[in-house]
Design a protein around this ligand. Structure first.
Ligand SMILES: NC(=O)c1ccc[n+]([C@@H]2O[C@H](COP(=O)([O-])OP(=O)(O)OC[C@H]3O[C@@H](n4cnc5c(N)ncnc54)[C@H](OP(=O)(O)O)[C@@H]3O)[C@@H](O)[C@H]2O)c1
Length: 275
């Protein structure tokens, strides 16, 4: 993957496990500078050490903008929560101080959110939105002005096909990802002409901590974490507007299930997706 496409100063939120961790490793192998975030500091420090080691031996390190950024660190580990605006502002201040800004931001941190409307729990919605939606907004507020000022950058928000319809049993998750995808679309259009590209990433089922407890029979075409991470990075490289995979799952979801009239969708979803 050429440095021109997946550029040099990268941020990955939610890098302590799953897709975020795997993307960080794959970007480090290409010699990129990477800022990583997550709440579990021990895991973050372990990843920092691993990425530093990988980066030191990456063949493309010499082409990754060494002259431009000088001796600044290849890896910046930023422990903390995306749902805390002050924390995110402090994290970005550190990145700005070290690197002057970002070329690629993968806003990946997320949590699952299940629910059953028969015992409607507003706090479950608030907690899920705090990470999956507001966590992304917090980062966008920091990074967009600098990307616009520098006239370039790529922002990828990791959403989900779960946001394409209100699937039962996962109301908070579906609603938060629907809000995220819609916000990313507005943002992409508003940033047209600024040189900043916005990607909406909607992976199918991928092995991770989030999916570890799910029944595998209810996760068709489940992908290995590294495969999912590579598919996301490839989609970002191709400057797609929406990255969704595997197609054998997401194409029928996007073009058939998401378009079914309510009179047909409701009984089908109630039958197959009981909370
Ligand atoms: N796996 C799938 O099948 C799938 C499908 C569609 C979309 N996605 C999306 O992909 C993204 C990554 O999920 P994953 O599957 O890789 O799950 P995961 O292994 O559980 O990773 C989630 C990451 O988010 C971080 N995180 C959670 N809450 C946070 C907070 N408040 N502040 C900062 N970081 C936080 C976690 O780190 P800490 O716990 O250390 O904070 C962790 O690194 C999520 O947005 C998810 O919705 C996943």
């Amino acid at each position: 993957m050429p440095d021109s496409a997946l550029t040099r100063r990268c941020l990955i939120t939610g890098a302590t496990s799953g897709l975020g961790r795997a993307m960080a490793v794959q970007l480090a192998r290409r010699g990129n500078r990477i800022a990583i975030t997550g709440r579990r500091e021990q895991l973050l420090r372990e990843l920092e050490a691993e990425l530093s080691d990988i980066g030191a031996h990456a063949p493309s390190r010499g082409s990754a903008g060494e002259g431009r950024i000088g001796d600044e660190p290849m890896i910046i580990a930023l422990p903390g929560c995306v749902d805390d605006l002050q924390c995110v502002a402090a994290h970005y201040a550190r990145i700005r101080e070290q690197w002057g800004g970002l070329d690629l931001a993968i806003l990946n941190a997320g949590v699952g959110g299940s629910g059953d409307a028969r015992a409607f729990d507003a706090s479950a919605y608030a907690a899920t939105f705090a990470v999956n939606f507001h966590g992304v907004c917090h980062w966008l507020e920091q990074i967009i002005p600098d990307m616009v000022a520098q006239g370039g950058g790529v922002i990828a928000g990791v959403s989900s096909p779960g946001g394409w319809r209100g699937f039962p049993g996962a109301g908070p998750y579906c609603a938060s990802k629907a809000a995220l995808s819609t916000m990313l679309e507005s943002t992409r259009i508003e940033l047209r002409g600024c040189g900043v590209h916005v990607v909406d990433v909607c992976p199918g089922y991928v092995k991770s901590e989030m999916t570890a407890g799910n029944d595998p029979r209810r996760m068709p075409f489940l992908l290995e974490t590294e495969v999912g991470a590579a598919r996301i990075l490839r989609g970002i490289e191709a400057r797609k507007r929406i990255v969704h995979f595997p197609r054998r799952l997401t194409w029928p979801l996007r073009h058939v299930i998401a378009r079914l009239p309510g009179w047909l969708f409701d009984p089908l979803a109630a039958h197959y997706g009981k909370p």
